[in-house]
Design a protein around this ligand. Sequence first.
Ligand code: UD1
Ligand code: UDP
Length: 437
Amino acid sequence: MKIAIVLGTRPEIIKMAPVIDEINRNNSEVILIHTGQHYDVNMSKQFFIDLNLPVPNYNIGIGSYTAIKQISVIISELEEILQEENVDIVLVQGDTNAVLAGALASNKLKIPVGHVEAGLRSFDKDMPEEINRLIADNCSLLYFVPTKETALNLLNEGVNHDQIFITGNTIVDACIRHKDIAIAKSEINNLVKFDEYITLTMHRAENVDDPERLKSIVDSLINLPYNIVFPIHPHTKKSLINLDLYENLKNKENIQIIKPLGYLDFLALLSNSKLLLTDSGGVQEEAITLNIPCVTLRYNTERPETITNGGNILAGANSEEISNNIKNILDKPEVYEKMANAVNPYGDGESSKKIYNTIKEIYDKDELKIKKAKEIMDFKGYHLYNITEEITVKQYETENRYSIIQQVFNDGVPVNIEDSLKLKGKIIIVKEFEKNK
Ligand code: UD1
Ligand code: UDP
């Protein structure tokens, strides 16, 4: 089995690392394609070193351009590479431009796409990442989703349940595998000026490309009575300098700005911090994995489980809201303890195994392909039924060959659909077809 992985940015390298390990451990072939969207040593190469990854087979070297140029060049370069390599599946991860380009190019070449971390939704179409996720999910054959809640997003959008696999998030695999070694080996403590501090990361376009929001966040940071360590993303540094805000932050005694860190150093920094302030997706997930309370500098999150489980709070970009939330957590031990003890919703660190095993099982059945329609089928529509008999999803769909269960509600609450789910007492919505006579 030959698997291509398309990645382009720091979080994709980190979250795909356990999947690459798993493919190699099982002696399947992996073709690694780096788009080059992140190119600084401390945004890319350092992660290949820290995570013991092979050098990519290809580097498209796209660098920093407008999204349109990035996406269009990556797609056309991928056309040549993927035609040459003849792979069984292309895997993409998350929601960056590399994901959109990788999924679309593969789909146009009729190569099956597996989307790792599929189904996340912020329902905010102002975010470039939301559009990337939606398009990648529309191009995918296999959906590896982190949680049941995420699976429901895809069911709501009409994806068939037999294409959705709840695997947890590979960030937990990466975190668990590297945390101890990071704490033992990293010398980040020698660099950090403070014993007690908040870790800050920020780079999202909706914050750093919006002068009003960026000013408001900086205003809050400058007035916070806590120590802050800020490994600064190059995107953010550029915006702060352009707005003449960089020096304001840099000159504050209690704010330490440092370069972006390698993975081991960052894990060590985060593990030792009192609290996380971030707009990052991956770092929100790491915080709840490492029991660090998180305040998120966004108005929404595609990781709502971190909020419902009690480990994360949305503070937006409003200066007062940010300060009040941080104070509330750090000054009240009972609030702090509750947040630090929130249950991690992203699995047990076995996500990459589940992803690989699922792909292999489908490949071994010779089903890793985009199926051609073989029968003429008329779509009859969606129908709602109240199920009164003892029957499972699998049995229902076997008995009703031209029906696919799209949604199941138990006491009005949508539940994830698995073959073994018992339907008695539940309401189902079914996508029904009729065989052309
Ligand atoms: C990208 C992703 C974002 C992800 C983030 C992870 C998209 C649309 N955005 O955002 O979803 O959360 O990566 O970190 O795909 N730059 C450098 N050196 C680098 C990389 C970038 O200096 O190695 C600077 C350049 O000035 C560039 C800017 O950062 O213009 C933005 O980079 P870009 O890759 O477009 O977006 P990110 O903010 O990194
Ligand atoms: N990270 C890192 N060094 C840093 C900041 C973040 O290694 O200085 C890691 C972090 O551990 C997490 C990932 O980068 O796994 C998150 O990436 P980022 O915040 O850039 O992107 P997002 O997750 O928001 O897409």
